[in-house]
Design a protein around this ligand. Sequence first.
Ligand code: WQD
Length: 343
Amino acid sequence: MKKILVTGGCGYIGSHTIVDLIQHGYEVISADNNSRSKISILDGVEKITGKKIKNYNVDLCVLDDTHAIFQENPDIIGIIHFAAYKAVGESVENPLLYFDNNLNSLINILRCCQEFSVPNFVFSSSCTVYGNPDHSPVTEETEIKQAESPYGSTKQMGENIVQQTVNSNHTQAILLRYFNPVGAHPSGEIGEIPIGRPANLIPAITQTAIGKLPQMQVFGNDYPTRDGSCIRDFIHVSDIAHAHTLALDYLIAQKNKSNCEVYNLGTGNGYTVLEVINTFEKVSKQKLNYVISGRRAGDIIGIFANNEKARNLLGWNPQYSLDEMMQTAWNWELKLKNTQENK
Ligand code: WQD
Protein backbone atom coordinates (compact mmCIF):
# COMPACT_ATOMS: atom_id res chain seq x y z
CA MET A 1 0.00 0.00 0.00
CA LYS A 2 1.14 3.59 -0.64
CA LYS A 3 1.49 5.04 2.86
CA ILE A 4 1.05 8.81 3.22
CA LEU A 5 1.74 10.96 6.30
CA VAL A 6 -0.81 13.78 6.61
CA THR A 7 0.30 16.38 9.14
CA GLY A 8 -2.64 18.35 10.56
CA GLY A 9 -4.81 15.36 9.69
CA CYS A 10 -7.44 16.31 12.29
CA GLY A 11 -7.90 19.73 10.74
CA TYR A 12 -10.53 20.95 8.31
CA ILE A 13 -8.71 20.37 5.00
CA GLY A 14 -6.54 17.59 6.43
CA SER A 15 -9.49 15.41 7.43
CA HIS A 16 -11.23 15.89 4.07
CA THR A 17 -8.00 15.01 2.29
CA ILE A 18 -7.59 11.82 4.32
CA VAL A 19 -11.07 10.74 3.18
CA ASP A 20 -10.17 11.37 -0.46
CA LEU A 21 -6.80 9.62 -0.20
CA ILE A 22 -8.39 6.49 1.32
CA GLN A 23 -11.11 6.46 -1.32
CA HIS A 24 -8.37 6.47 -3.95
CA GLY A 25 -6.39 3.56 -2.54
CA TYR A 26 -3.86 5.22 -0.24
CA GLU A 27 -3.00 4.15 3.32
CA VAL A 28 -2.88 7.16 5.64
CA ILE A 29 -1.44 8.08 9.04
CA SER A 30 -1.92 11.46 10.69
CA ALA A 31 0.26 13.66 12.89
CA ASP A 32 -1.70 16.28 14.79
CA ASN A 33 -1.24 17.61 18.36
CA ASN A 34 -4.88 18.75 18.40
CA SER A 35 -3.88 22.22 19.59
CA ARG A 36 -6.28 23.67 16.99
CA SER A 37 -8.33 20.59 16.10
CA LYS A 38 -10.34 17.75 17.62
CA ILE A 39 -9.32 14.09 17.43
CA SER A 40 -13.05 13.25 17.19
CA ILE A 41 -13.02 14.37 13.54
CA LEU A 42 -11.29 11.05 12.76
CA ASP A 43 -14.46 9.26 13.95
CA GLY A 44 -16.23 11.02 11.08
CA VAL A 45 -13.46 9.94 8.70
CA GLU A 46 -13.98 6.34 9.88
CA LYS A 47 -17.76 6.58 9.35
CA ILE A 48 -17.19 7.69 5.75
CA THR A 49 -14.31 5.37 4.84
CA GLY A 50 -14.53 2.46 7.28
CA LYS A 51 -10.87 3.07 8.13
CA LYS A 52 -9.57 3.87 11.61
CA ILE A 53 -6.80 6.45 11.19
CA LYS A 54 -3.78 6.31 13.50
CA ASN A 55 -2.94 9.80 14.74
CA TYR A 56 0.44 10.65 16.30
CA ASN A 57 -0.28 13.37 18.86
CA VAL A 58 3.04 15.11 18.31
CA ASP A 59 4.26 18.70 18.40
CA LEU A 60 6.08 18.83 15.08
CA CYS A 61 8.25 21.64 16.45
CA VAL A 62 9.96 18.94 18.55
CA LEU A 63 12.38 17.19 16.18
CA ASP A 64 12.87 14.01 18.23
CA ASP A 65 9.13 13.38 18.46
CA THR A 66 8.68 14.10 14.75
CA HIS A 67 11.61 11.82 13.92
CA ALA A 68 10.01 8.99 15.90
CA ILE A 69 7.02 8.94 13.53
CA PHE A 70 9.31 8.23 10.59
CA GLN A 71 11.33 5.63 12.52
CA GLU A 72 8.07 3.77 13.19
CA ASN A 73 6.89 4.22 9.58
CA PRO A 74 9.92 3.85 7.28
CA ASP A 75 7.51 2.96 4.43
CA ILE A 76 6.05 6.49 4.11
CA ILE A 77 6.21 7.37 0.39
CA GLY A 78 4.58 10.79 0.60
CA ILE A 79 3.89 13.64 3.01
CA ILE A 80 1.10 16.20 2.84
CA HIS A 81 2.00 19.01 5.24
CA PHE A 82 -1.06 20.91 6.50
CA ALA A 83 -0.05 21.46 10.15
CA ALA A 84 0.17 25.22 10.74
CA TYR A 85 -1.69 28.04 12.43
CA LYS A 86 -3.86 29.93 9.96
CA ALA A 87 -5.72 32.79 11.63
CA VAL A 88 -4.74 35.99 9.83
CA GLY A 89 -5.82 38.29 12.68
CA GLU A 90 -4.04 36.25 15.37
CA SER A 91 -0.86 36.29 13.31
CA VAL A 92 -0.91 40.09 13.27
CA GLU A 93 -1.27 40.16 17.07
CA ASN A 94 1.38 37.46 17.65
CA PRO A 95 3.82 37.19 14.72
CA LEU A 96 6.49 35.16 16.54
CA LEU A 97 3.95 32.49 17.49
CA TYR A 98 3.33 32.04 13.75
CA PHE A 99 6.97 32.18 12.62
CA ASP A 100 7.97 29.73 15.37
CA ASN A 101 5.15 27.23 14.90
CA ASN A 102 4.66 27.30 11.14
CA LEU A 103 8.32 27.38 10.12
CA ASN A 104 9.92 25.11 12.74
CA SER A 105 7.34 22.39 12.16
CA LEU A 106 7.95 22.62 8.40
CA ILE A 107 11.73 22.49 8.83
CA ASN A 108 11.51 19.40 11.07
CA ILE A 109 9.25 17.62 8.60
CA LEU A 110 11.64 18.45 5.76
CA ARG A 111 14.61 17.19 7.81
CA CYS A 112 12.85 13.86 8.29
CA CYS A 113 11.73 13.82 4.65
CA GLN A 114 15.41 14.11 3.70
CA GLU A 115 16.77 11.64 6.28
CA PHE A 116 14.21 8.97 5.39
CA SER A 117 14.35 9.69 1.64
CA VAL A 118 10.61 10.29 1.34
CA PRO A 119 10.20 10.93 -2.40
CA ASN A 120 6.99 12.99 -2.52
CA PHE A 121 6.01 16.17 -0.63
CA VAL A 122 2.89 18.31 -0.94
CA PHE A 123 2.82 21.68 0.85
CA SER A 124 -0.35 23.47 1.97
CA SER A 125 0.01 27.01 0.72
CA SER A 126 -2.47 29.80 0.13
CA CYS A 127 -3.53 32.50 -2.32
CA THR A 128 -2.52 34.87 0.45
CA VAL A 129 1.02 34.66 -0.96
CA TYR A 130 -0.15 36.97 -3.79
CA GLY A 131 -0.92 39.81 -1.35
CA ASN A 132 -3.22 42.38 -2.97
CA PRO A 133 -3.00 41.54 -6.70
CA ASP A 134 -3.39 44.33 -9.29
CA HIS A 135 -5.95 42.22 -11.15
CA SER A 136 -7.61 38.80 -11.21
CA PRO A 137 -7.65 36.04 -12.24
CA VAL A 138 -4.18 35.36 -10.88
CA THR A 139 -1.97 32.70 -12.41
CA GLU A 140 0.90 30.89 -10.69
CA GLU A 141 3.22 33.37 -12.43
CA THR A 142 1.45 36.42 -10.98
CA GLU A 143 3.85 38.62 -9.04
CA ILE A 144 4.25 37.66 -5.37
CA LYS A 145 3.75 40.85 -3.39
CA GLN A 146 4.47 41.84 0.19
CA ALA A 147 2.37 39.55 2.41
CA GLU A 148 -0.53 41.28 4.16
CA SER A 149 0.05 39.40 7.45
CA PRO A 150 2.62 37.26 9.30
CA TYR A 151 0.41 34.28 8.40
CA GLY A 152 0.87 35.15 4.74
CA SER A 153 4.59 35.60 5.31
CA THR A 154 4.87 32.09 6.74
CA LYS A 155 3.28 30.74 3.56
CA GLN A 156 5.64 32.74 1.34
CA MET A 157 8.67 31.68 3.40
CA GLY A 158 7.37 28.12 3.59
CA GLU A 159 7.19 27.93 -0.19
CA ASN A 160 10.77 29.23 -0.46
CA ILE A 161 12.04 26.78 2.16
CA VAL A 162 10.41 23.84 0.35
CA GLN A 163 11.64 25.03 -3.05
CA GLN A 164 15.25 25.45 -1.92
CA THR A 165 15.32 22.30 0.19
CA VAL A 166 14.07 19.92 -2.49
CA ASN A 167 16.56 21.42 -4.95
CA SER A 168 19.27 19.79 -2.81
CA ASN A 169 17.75 16.37 -2.36
CA HIS A 170 15.73 13.69 -4.16
CA THR A 171 12.30 14.76 -2.99
CA GLN A 172 9.77 15.99 -5.55
CA ALA A 173 7.40 18.68 -4.25
CA ILE A 174 4.15 20.40 -5.15
CA LEU A 175 2.92 23.63 -3.57
CA LEU A 176 -0.87 24.00 -3.55
CA ARG A 177 -2.21 27.55 -3.21
CA TYR A 178 -5.75 27.31 -1.85
CA PHE A 179 -8.11 30.18 -2.43
CA ASN A 180 -10.97 30.21 0.10
CA PRO A 181 -11.80 26.68 1.26
CA VAL A 182 -15.44 26.41 2.38
CA GLY A 183 -18.25 23.89 2.85
CA ALA A 184 -18.21 20.37 4.29
CA HIS A 185 -18.16 16.76 3.14
CA PRO A 186 -21.54 15.89 1.53
CA SER A 187 -22.01 13.03 4.02
CA GLY A 188 -22.27 15.56 6.85
CA GLU A 189 -19.83 13.47 8.92
CA ILE A 190 -16.92 15.94 8.84
CA GLY A 191 -16.57 19.68 8.47
CA GLU A 192 -14.93 22.78 9.90
CA ILE A 193 -14.86 23.15 13.70
CA PRO A 194 -13.71 26.71 14.37
CA ILE A 195 -12.00 27.27 17.71
CA GLY A 196 -13.65 30.25 19.40
CA ARG A 197 -15.30 33.06 17.41
CA PRO A 198 -14.88 32.29 13.69
CA ALA A 199 -12.72 34.70 11.71
CA ASN A 200 -13.67 33.28 8.31
CA LEU A 201 -16.80 34.30 6.42
CA ILE A 202 -18.67 31.00 6.01
CA PRO A 203 -18.52 29.80 9.64
CA ALA A 204 -19.49 33.34 10.70
CA ILE A 205 -22.54 33.08 8.40
CA THR A 206 -23.61 29.61 9.55
CA GLN A 207 -23.05 30.33 13.26
CA THR A 208 -25.12 33.51 12.96
CA ALA A 209 -27.86 31.68 11.07
CA ILE A 210 -28.06 28.94 13.70
CA GLY A 211 -28.02 31.42 16.58
CA LYS A 212 -24.55 30.74 18.01
CA LEU A 213 -23.69 34.34 17.11
CA PRO A 214 -26.27 37.11 17.57
CA GLN A 215 -25.25 38.97 14.41
CA MET A 216 -22.40 39.08 11.90
CA GLN A 217 -20.59 41.97 10.31
CA VAL A 218 -19.87 42.54 6.65
CA PHE A 219 -16.47 44.18 6.80
CA GLY A 220 -17.00 47.02 4.38
CA ASN A 221 -19.20 47.72 1.36
CA ASP A 222 -17.19 50.66 0.04
CA TYR A 223 -14.67 48.68 -2.01
CA PRO A 224 -14.35 49.28 -5.75
CA THR A 225 -16.37 46.13 -6.63
CA ARG A 226 -19.79 45.51 -8.19
CA ASP A 227 -21.61 45.75 -4.87
CA GLY A 228 -18.90 47.33 -2.72
CA SER A 229 -18.01 44.17 -0.77
CA CYS A 230 -14.81 42.15 -1.21
CA ILE A 231 -14.42 39.48 -3.88
CA ARG A 232 -13.02 36.01 -3.14
CA ASP A 233 -12.73 32.65 -4.94
CA PHE A 234 -14.63 30.21 -2.72
CA ILE A 235 -13.76 26.57 -3.35
CA HIS A 236 -15.34 23.48 -1.81
CA VAL A 237 -13.09 21.71 0.68
CA SER A 238 -13.76 18.34 -1.01
CA ASP A 239 -12.52 19.76 -4.31
CA ILE A 240 -9.42 21.02 -2.51
CA ALA A 241 -8.99 17.57 -0.91
CA HIS A 242 -9.14 15.74 -4.24
CA ALA A 243 -6.46 18.03 -5.66
CA HIS A 244 -4.03 16.61 -3.05
CA THR A 245 -4.71 13.06 -4.18
CA LEU A 246 -4.18 14.10 -7.80
CA ALA A 247 -0.95 15.89 -6.86
CA LEU A 248 0.41 12.72 -5.20
CA ASP A 249 -0.70 10.56 -8.16
CA TYR A 250 1.12 12.99 -10.46
CA LEU A 251 4.36 12.91 -8.43
CA ILE A 252 4.30 9.14 -7.96
CA ALA A 253 3.83 8.74 -11.71
CA GLN A 254 6.82 11.11 -12.09
CA LYS A 255 4.88 13.35 -14.48
CA ASN A 256 6.38 16.48 -12.92
CA LYS A 257 8.67 18.58 -15.12
CA SER A 258 10.58 20.13 -12.20
CA ASN A 259 11.23 19.09 -8.62
CA CYS A 260 8.97 21.81 -7.18
CA GLU A 261 5.78 22.86 -9.00
CA VAL A 262 3.07 25.26 -7.82
CA TYR A 263 -0.70 25.15 -8.51
CA ASN A 264 -3.64 27.46 -7.84
CA LEU A 265 -6.68 25.77 -6.33
CA GLY A 266 -9.68 27.97 -6.94
CA THR A 267 -12.82 27.70 -9.09
CA GLY A 268 -11.85 30.68 -11.22
CA ASN A 269 -15.08 32.45 -10.15
CA GLY A 270 -15.03 35.48 -7.86
CA TYR A 271 -18.05 36.14 -5.67
CA THR A 272 -18.62 39.16 -3.43
CA VAL A 273 -19.33 38.75 0.27
CA LEU A 274 -22.88 40.02 -0.24
CA GLU A 275 -23.46 37.59 -3.13
CA VAL A 276 -22.34 34.75 -0.86
CA ILE A 277 -24.72 35.91 1.87
CA ASN A 278 -27.58 36.09 -0.65
CA THR A 279 -26.75 32.58 -1.88
CA PHE A 280 -26.69 31.28 1.69
CA GLU A 281 -30.09 32.83 2.42
CA LYS A 282 -31.53 31.31 -0.76
CA VAL A 283 -30.15 27.83 -0.07
CA SER A 284 -30.82 27.70 3.69
CA LYS A 285 -34.09 29.66 3.56
CA GLN A 286 -32.74 31.55 6.59
CA LYS A 287 -32.66 35.36 6.75
CA LEU A 288 -29.20 36.32 7.94
CA ASN A 289 -28.80 38.96 10.63
CA TYR A 290 -25.87 41.08 9.49
CA VAL A 291 -24.73 44.68 9.56
CA ILE A 292 -22.35 46.52 7.30
CA SER A 293 -19.36 47.64 9.37
CA GLY A 294 -15.95 49.16 8.67
CA ARG A 295 -13.26 47.46 6.63
CA ARG A 296 -11.13 44.75 8.34
CA ALA A 297 -7.40 45.50 8.53
CA GLY A 298 -5.41 43.35 6.13
CA ASP A 299 -8.29 42.52 3.81
CA ILE A 300 -7.54 42.70 0.10
CA ILE A 301 -10.14 44.05 -2.34
CA GLY A 302 -10.48 40.97 -4.47
CA ILE A 303 -8.80 37.87 -5.84
CA PHE A 304 -9.79 34.85 -7.87
CA ALA A 305 -7.83 32.11 -9.57
CA ASN A 306 -6.78 31.08 -13.02
CA ASN A 307 -6.88 27.31 -12.41
CA GLU A 308 -5.98 26.10 -15.89
CA LYS A 309 -2.61 24.70 -14.80
CA ALA A 310 -4.18 22.37 -12.20
CA ARG A 311 -6.90 21.40 -14.67
CA ASN A 312 -4.49 20.64 -17.50
CA LEU A 313 -1.60 19.02 -15.62
CA LEU A 314 -3.18 17.46 -12.54
CA GLY A 315 -6.48 16.64 -14.26
CA TRP A 316 -8.29 18.57 -11.51
CA ASN A 317 -11.88 19.60 -12.18
CA PRO A 318 -13.68 21.28 -9.24
CA GLN A 319 -17.22 19.90 -8.98
CA TYR A 320 -19.09 21.92 -6.36
CA SER A 321 -21.16 25.04 -7.03
CA LEU A 322 -21.53 27.98 -4.64
CA ASP A 323 -25.04 26.74 -3.81
CA GLU A 324 -23.57 23.33 -2.83
CA MET A 325 -20.82 25.00 -0.80
CA MET A 326 -23.43 26.90 1.18
CA GLN A 327 -25.74 23.86 1.51
CA THR A 328 -23.01 21.56 2.84
CA ALA A 329 -21.74 24.25 5.22
CA TRP A 330 -25.27 24.74 6.56
CA ASN A 331 -25.89 20.97 6.86
CA TRP A 332 -22.69 20.68 8.91
CA GLU A 333 -23.68 23.55 11.23
CA LEU A 334 -27.04 21.83 11.78
CA LYS A 335 -25.23 18.55 12.50
CA LEU A 336 -22.95 20.25 15.04
CA LYS A 337 -25.97 21.71 16.80
CA ASN A 338 -27.77 18.34 16.92
CA THR A 339 -24.59 16.65 18.23
CA GLN A 340 -24.16 19.26 20.99
CA GLU A 341 -27.84 19.05 21.93
CA ASN A 342 -27.68 15.26 22.24
CA LYS A 343 -24.64 15.33 24.55
C1 WQD B 1 -13.34 36.56 3.33
C2 WQD B 1 -14.09 37.86 3.13
C3 WQD B 1 -13.77 39.48 4.87
C4 WQD B 1 -15.75 37.34 8.09
C5 WQD B 1 -8.10 33.99 4.84
C6 WQD B 1 -6.66 33.64 4.55
C7 WQD B 1 -6.62 32.52 3.55
C8 WQD B 1 -7.42 31.38 4.07
C9 WQD B 1 -8.86 31.80 4.31
C10 WQD B 1 -6.36 29.64 5.33
C11 WQD B 1 -13.26 39.09 3.50
C12 WQD B 1 -15.22 39.02 4.81
C13 WQD B 1 -15.23 37.65 6.85
C14 WQD B 1 -16.84 38.10 8.61
C15 WQD B 1 -16.81 39.44 6.61
N1 WQD B 1 -6.81 30.88 5.27
N2 WQD B 1 -15.76 38.68 6.14
N3 WQD B 1 -17.33 39.12 7.84
O1 WQD B 1 -9.40 36.70 4.69
O2 WQD B 1 -10.15 35.97 2.35
O3 WQD B 1 -8.67 34.49 3.66
O4 WQD B 1 -8.81 32.88 5.27
O5 WQD B 1 -6.48 28.75 4.55
O6 WQD B 1 -5.28 32.13 3.38
O7 WQD B 1 -6.02 34.77 4.00
O8 WQD B 1 -11.01 34.77 4.34
O9 WQD B 1 -13.22 34.18 5.22
O10 WQD B 1 -11.67 35.61 6.65
O11 WQD B 1 -12.75 36.61 4.64
O12 WQD B 1 -17.27 40.38 5.96
O13 WQD B 1 -17.36 37.87 9.74
O14 WQD B 1 -15.22 37.86 4.02
O15 WQD B 1 -13.71 40.89 5.08
O16 WQD B 1 -13.56 40.12 2.59
P1 WQD B 1 -9.80 35.62 3.74
P2 WQD B 1 -12.19 35.26 5.30
